[in-house]
Each structure stands twice: as structure tokens, then as C-alpha cells.
Design a protein around this ligand. Structure first.
Ligand code: PLP
Length: 771
């Protein structure tokens, strides 16, 4: 399958014409440009003509072009120069005994700058011990610096850093208005314009604008990595970070001649192909139209004045990481705004522009090459169309297909986690109950329920949450679920609900909702974390009595590796002790405990796992009330503390597990395959799993016995329940995903439950081990 690379803002391939020419310099002009012989002169000459060509292209003075390793270095060199001067040569700088300035001095940057700018400001301000205040100037909804605030800040400023074109959105900054403000409020102020994403795309008149410094990068313009440029206006300050003879003593180190030559060729390329940008604007529209087809509620995030090579968009219900994985499996490489460490990391650029959180968390950036053709765009649109087909399958991931999701008795427990907060959907026979819905997950919950044509019976909370907003009432409205309920969503007893019932546990009756004739959700009042805390049990029913409990929704009373805090005014540690004691009298060791939080990607727990990992649970089990109360108080006191071994959160204190041995090598996988007792589990989303040619062609076709189960994160707790009831703890469980990182969490979570051989490996390594 042909891949479509749409991440040109991150890095461009080296243009084929440039590759050929650079090869020439590598062969023929390899000598050190500082050497005095003919070969050295040849290299020096290449640098000389390159400098001239770059200066001509930018229409600036030749002496202002400094070759660096890239834009990050260029930006650092500019910032260092200004700050070095402030520290050692600014005679107006007077410090008091505490190292504070008599006059406040500031370093200004706009809130959408590339991270290397703020990093450099902080770094050199610290290293040089300047202690200037670093001030972020906000941008408005259009991504433009708020000019009134800039004007207020300008008089005290020692430096201003702005960018010409934003790397995430392609939005073009109005440099003219910034220049005018500088002119009025601080005419001598040095200003740095990060021009990395602008070069070749927008015309900047460096002389007219009076820009002091501008940074450029070769690998964004079809030249090799390892070469950038700092433009320095004649007369602007410049001090070397490291010393030596090269670049007029401003940038020491033997020059990267091939890359410098590549940069020069790249500016020629930009110069000769300027008109191509008009075509790109048409292609951009074609792609937006195709995207709108598959995502009718798409939000385009860069409709402002932006370069035509970027589309930035979000789709309700999807995090960036999820969309990146979906596009990738269909052979399209796109980027998110921000580095995607966690599932819901957000774009600071879109956040700074005032977009809603879901937009910032779901942003996708498609960035195109100047050399994109009409044919390629048509093919790309076809490929985007094929995602639509995949997505329609994605909608039905709830299909009662045991091979994929390991449903137990038609009962399906789905979990959406947002920043450690769980929202649960219990699905049974076309009905569903939602427990502890978190506001940020509302679109996912709604989509899941509507796409699977489920009927909502109840939307419940385990308690009044202190740390986050429940969206139960909103979901009730959206899904038209019974509105005659108490404050935590339980239907009022007199309501004419066919599902309400009474179920006995140890001969005591409890309120319940029947999910089908043999399955009930039972409400148990369990004060502790708060006085209104409830636990919901899902279990099989026999003669109106609980037969066995399969899932228990513990709210914040029982967390994973910890207990909910009991130092709210409405909390009681003694009641928590009693509530847990009561529950443990009828909950078996393989009932899944599903809390309202999961801070460590452990999914769910069991009483036995908790008693192993959690001292407080041991005290409850051993009926040691006094010790329990004493320890609990001590631990709750940590909530204001920061201890490196404990994760401090609002609802309780949880310890972090440390499983060092859950990553498996290729050799160990090959050993596992020789014994028969193993399961391969792909934890990626179904759409990614189903469309992954690596798995379908390589693994399954090689040997159908290597059939890989697909258990996405949302379905993991079902699978845990299945495994605890049906397979031996000696079974080899091999979890996999693209990088092996998400699957490592799953492997660790199963190890926590007692599975002795629960391991993780990346898809690529798994294929290598098997094929
Ligand atoms: N500034 C902007 C706007 C960028 O997009 C980048 C690269 O991502 C940089 C600076 C850093 O460039 P380099 O990779 O050459 O250090």
C-alpha cells in the first residue's frame, strides 16, 4: 500500500535534485573549508556562493547570514546574544542585594511560539542568572498577538520573540502591526522572528520590518537536516555560544558543507516554484471536502489567514492519538498539534487561541508538500474515502463477537477513561446502564450508545464527585433516559419502571435494576468516601437472590492500590471500613472491582489483588479497625504532600506498581509458541486491528493458529473477567500494539491480577518473532 506522508511541517524529504547535487559536494568538495589548499578552497567557495544565494533570496545583507545546525540553534544563538549583552554590557542594569533589578525587565514571547523558543528563553535567563521576567503575550481567536497587551508590555522588554507562520495551524502573523507597536513603544527593542514555516510561503521584507533576527531550517524546505540559518540585521548584537573561527567567529565548528549547499539549492527551488502554492490551495479544498464527507461534524481549526499547505482539524469524539492511529492504518501519516505522550494531550496552540478543550485534544495537522500534484490529491481523497468504510465497522465494535471482545454471558462492560477518571457502560441485551459519566467523555459515551442502538435504562453516579463534573443529567437529556430519579440517578421507587426490582443478598433485600431475567444491577449503600457513596453490583440472579457477583462498581471507596480519601466533611473512615467489610462478605475473588478512577492504567482490580497490594485492605480483612483508622488518617494526610512514591490525587492516595519484567524479547516469544498455552492480544482499536495488513497478511495467513484476539482498551475489563473465570494463571498472555507501550500497561494490569506470564511486545517485533 502506498503511504501518504502529510507531515511536511515536521520535516520534508530532501528534494531529488538536491540529493544529486549534494552527492557531488560529498564526493568532490569534502575537504575542510578552513584548509588552505585547493581542495579546502573549493569547499570554502561553496559556502561563499551559498551564503550569497541565501542572502539574495531573503533580500538581506550578505554579512547577516550565519549558518547553524538548524533553527533551534539559530534561535538559541539570537536569544543568547541578547541576554548575554543584557548581563554583561547593559550598564543600565542595576541589581539590589537580592539579585533583583531596580527596573523590571522582561522577555516577551507569543503564546503560540514553538517550544524551542520558550525553552531557550528559560535556559539562557537561568544560565546567565539574569532573572528577567518571561512574559507570554496571548493571542486572540485568530491566532494574532493581542496587540494592546503587547503594547503594554513593550516598554519594559529586552527582547520580543514572535513567529511569522505557526507550525501547527499555518496561521500567518501580522508582522506589520507588531513592527508599528515596537516603533512607538520601544524602538530599539531587538525582535526575533521564527521564520521556519514561512520561508518560501509568505514574503517577508526583513529590511522594511526592521527584524533583528530571523531563524530558518533546511529540513523544512527540502534540504538535508543539519543546516539552518540565523539572519542578523546589520548592527544587531551577536555573541558566540561556543568559540572558534568559523562563521566569522560567531558559530564555531567545521561547516556542514553538503547541507549548506543543500540549503542554497532549496532556496532556488522555492524561488522557482512559487506559483505552485496556488494549486495547493485548490488541493486543500478538495481534501477538506473529502474529510467533511467522512466526518460531517468536522471542525476546521485554521480557517483564518493561513498558508495553503496546512489543514488543522478536530472531530468530536476523537482524541488526536486515536485519529492518528486510524489514518496511519489506512496509509496516511498525519500529526497532532502536540507531542502525543498520553491519549488526551492537548495542543497548546489551539488552547491559546481559545478553542474548546475537545478541539485542542483532538487536533490533527495535515501538512502538504509544495510539490503535491493533482493526481496525488485525487488518490489521497480516494484513500480518505476508504477510511469511511472502516469507520462504519468501527461503529459496531459492540458486535457480540466473542472472538473479538470476549463478552461474558452477553454482558459487556465498556470503559472510557479520561485523565484517570472512568466512565462505565454496562451493556446487556440491547440495554445499557451508565455509571459515573465524566463530562469530557460525553461525546464518546453518546456515540457508543447511539451507534450500537442501545436503550439507556439508567445513568448513575456512585457518589457526588468532588473532583470532576458528572454529566449524568446531560446524558439523560441527550438519550431521553428516565428523568424521575434521585440525585445520583437511581429511578424513584414509585416510577413505573419495568426494570426496578428487589434482590436479596444473604437474605437481606436491596434495590435493583433487572438487565434481563437472570442479570441484575444491585444498589448497596456504602458510605465511607462520602456519606452518599453507593456501590453497584452486577451479578447473576437466581430466585430473586444474588447468585454470583461479576462486576462491582466501587466509585471512590475502593481504588486500585488504594482507598478513597476519608477526610471530607461528609467522609467517615469507620463507615468505609464497615462498607468494605460488608462487600467482602459476599464478593468472590474473581469479581472485577471497577472504580471511578484508574490512575495507573490498571483497568480494574479484585479483592485478592487489593489485599496483596494494599496494606489498608489487609487491615480490613484482618478486622483490625484501630490500626486501619490510624493508618488511613496518616495516608489521607499525604494528600497535601508530594511524595515521589505515591501519586497524590484528589480522591485518594494510590501507590504505583513497579513491574520490571513485563517486556518480552523476540527469542522468548519463539519459545512461547512452542508450548501451546498462549494468547496473543492486540489492544489497539478495532478499526486499526481489522485493517492492519501486517497482522492480516503476515501473521494470520502464515498460520491461522496465530489468530490474534482484539481487545481494545475500552473492552479490557471484560477480558479480565473472562480470563479470571476461564483460563489458568499459567497461560502465556502476550499483549501487543504499535509501540508496545499501551500493551505494556495491559500486561502489567494482568500481572497484578495474578497472571504469571503476562508480557508485552510491539507488533513489529511480534511479526519478526513469528514470520
Ligand atoms: N520553529 C518552528 C516554527 C518549527 O516548526 C521548528 C521545527 O519543528 C523549529 C522552530 C525548530 O527547527 P529545527 O528542527 O531546525 O531545530
Amino acid at each position: 500500500m502506498r503511504r501518504f506522508y502529510l507531515d511536511y511541517n515536521a520535516s520534508t524529504p530532501v528534494h531529488y535534485t538536491i540529493i544529486n547535487s549534494i552527492l557531488y559536494t560529498m564526493n568532490e568538495a569534502f575537504a575542510n573549508p578552513s584548509s588552505q589548499h585547493t581542495s579546502g578552497n573549493k569547499s570554502a567557495e561553496i559556502i561563499k556562493v551559498s551564503r550569497q544565494a541565501v542572502a539574495n533570496f531573503m533580500q538581506v545583507d550578505l554579512s547577516g547570514i550565519i549558518f547553524t545546525s538548524g533553527a533551534t540553534e539559530a534561535i538559541n544563538l539570537a536569544i543568547y546574544s541578547v541576554l548575554f549583552h543584557e548581563k554583561f554590557h547593559n550598564t543600565n542594569n542595576v541589581y539590589d542585594n537580592n539579585g533583583k533589578h531596580d527596573k523590571p525587565r522582561t522577555l516577551l514571547y507569543s503564546s503560540v511560539e514553538h517550544k524551542c523558543v520558550i525553552n531557550a528563553l528559560v535556559h539562557w535567563n537561568t544560565v546567565l542568572q539574569l532573572n528577567y521576567t518571561i512574559v507570554e503575550i496571548p493571542v486572540d481567536n485568530n491566532g494574532q498577538v493581542v496587540i494592546e497587551i503587547l503594547q503594554q508590555e513593550l516598554p519594559n522588554a529586552a527582547l520580543l520573540c514572535v513567529m511569522a507562520v505557526n507550525n501547527e495551524t499555518g496561521i500567518i502573523t501580522d508582522l506589520e502591526i507588531i513592527k508599528d507597536s515596537i516603533h512607538i513603544y520601544n524602538p530599539d527593542l531587538p525582535w526575533l522572528v521564527d521564520s521556519v514555516q514561512a520561508i518560501g510561503k509568505v514574503d517577508i521584507d526583513f529590511n522594511k520590518l526592521g527584524i533583528s533576527y530571523a531563524a530558518f531550517s533546511g529540513h523544512k524546505i527540502y534540504a538535508p537536516k543539519g543546516c539552518g540559518v540565523l539572519y542578523v540585521k546589520p548592527g544587531s548584537l551577536l555573541y558566540p555560544i561556543f568559540t572558534g573561527e568559523q562563521e566569522n567567529q560567531y558559530r564555531a565548528g567545521t561547516e556542514n558543507v553538503p547541507a549548506i549547499y543543500g540549503f542554497r539549492l532549496a532556496v532556488d527551488l522555492l524561488q522557482n516554484n512559487k506559483t505552485l502554492y496556488n494549486d495547493i490551495a485548490k488541493y486543500r479544498d478538495m481534501i477538506i471536502s473529502e474529510l467533511t464527507h467522512i466526518f460531517p461534524n468536522i471542525h476546521i481549526n485554521n480557517q483564518q489567514l493561513a498558508v495553503s499547505t496546512v489543514i488543522n482539524f478536530s472531530v468530536p469524539g476523537f482524541f488526536s492519538k486515536e485519529l492518528i492511529d486510524i489514518f496511519a492504518i489506512f496509509g496516511i501519516d498525519v500529526a497532532s498539534g502536540s507531542a502525543c505522550g498520553s491519549l488526551n494531550s492537548e495542543s497548546y496552540v489551539l488552547k491559546a487561541m481559545g478553542f474548546d478543550k475537545w478541539i485542542a485534544e483532538g487536533a490533527i495537522r495535515m501538512s502538504f508538500s509544495l510539490f503535491t500534484t493533482h493526481d496525488e490529491t485525487v488518490q489521497l481523497c480516494q484513500r480518505i474515502k476508504s477510511i469511511a468504510l472502516g469507520l462504519s465497522k468501527y461503529k459496531t465494535i459492540n458486535k457480540h463477537d466473542v472472538r473479538y471482545h470476549y463478552l461474558t454471558n452477553n454482558l459487556n462492560v465498556i470503559r472510557f477513561n479520561y485523565n484517570g477518571s472512568n466512565s462505565w457502560i454496562i451493556v446487556n441485551a440491547g440495554n445499557c446502564v451508565i455509571i459515573d459519566p465524566v463530562y469530557e467523555s460525553i461525546i464518546k459515551l453518546k456515540n457508543y450508545i447511539l451507534n450500537n442502538s442501545l436503550k439507556g435504562i439508567a445513568i448513575l453516579d456512585t457518589h457526588g464527585h468532588a473532583d470532576h463534573q458528572s454529566c449524568a443529567h446531560m446524558l439523560r437529556d441527550l438519550l431521553a433516559v428516565n428523568l424521575n430519579v434521585d440525585q445520583l440517578g437511581w429511578p424513584i421507587i414509585n416510577t413505573n419502571s419495568e426494570h426496578l426490582s428487589r434482590i436479596a443478598i444473604n437474605n437481606k433485600p436491596y434495590d435493583a435494576l433487572m438487565l434481563d431475567t437472570n442479570t441484575a444491577l444491585i444498589k448497596i449503600l456504602t458510605p465511607g468516601h462520602t456519606d452518599d457513596s453507593r456501590t453497584f453490583i452486577i451479578g447473576s440472579i437466581n430466585n430473586c437472590s444474588l447468585n454470583s457477583a461479576l462486576f462491582m462498581f466501587s466509585g471512590d471507596n475502593i481504588l486500585i492500590n488504594g482507598l478513597g480519601r476519608t477526610n471530607f466533611v461528609t467522609s467517615s473512615a469507620t463507615q468505609l471500613y464497615e462498607s468494605i467489610n460488608h462487600l467482602s462478605s459476599f464478593i468472590s475473588d474473581n469479581c472485577m472491582i471497577c472504580p471511578a478512577h484508574d490512575y495507573n492504567h490498571s483497568f480494574a482490580t479484585t479483592f485478592i489483588a487489593e489485599r496483596t497490594a494494599n496494606l489498608l485492605m489487609q487491615h480490613i480483612h484482618n478486622k483490625e479497625l484501630a490500626v486501619f483508622l490510624h493508618k488511613k488518617q496518616e495516608i489521607d494526610a499525604l494528600l497535601n504532600d508530594s511524595d515521589s512514591h505515591m501519586e497524590i490525587i484528589k480522591c485518594g492516595v494510590v501507590a504505583t506498581d513497579n513491574y520490571a519484567h513485563n517486556i518480552i524479547s523476540i527469542k522468548e516469544v519463539q519459545d512461547i509458541i512452542r508450548h501451546q498455552q498462549y494468547l496473543f492480544i492486540d489492544v489497539r482499536d478495532s478499526i486499526v486491528h481489522n485493517n492492519d495488513d501486517t497482522i492480516n497478511n503476515n501473521l494470520i495467513k502464515t498460520n491461522p493458529a496465530y489468530n490474534i484476539l482484539n481487545v481494545p482498551y475500552t473492552h479490557m475489563v471484560n477480558f479480565m473477567s473472562y480470563c479470571l473465570h476461564n483460563i489458568s494463571v499459567d497461560t502465556d498472555l502476550l499483549f501487543t500494539c504499535n509501540s508496545g507501550a499501551a500493551s505494556l500497561y495491559a500486561a502489567q494490569a494482568f500481572a497484578r491480577l495474578g497472571f504469571k506470564h503476562s508480557k508485552s511486545i510491539s507488533i513489529a517485533q511480534l511479526v519478526e518473532a513469528i514470520c
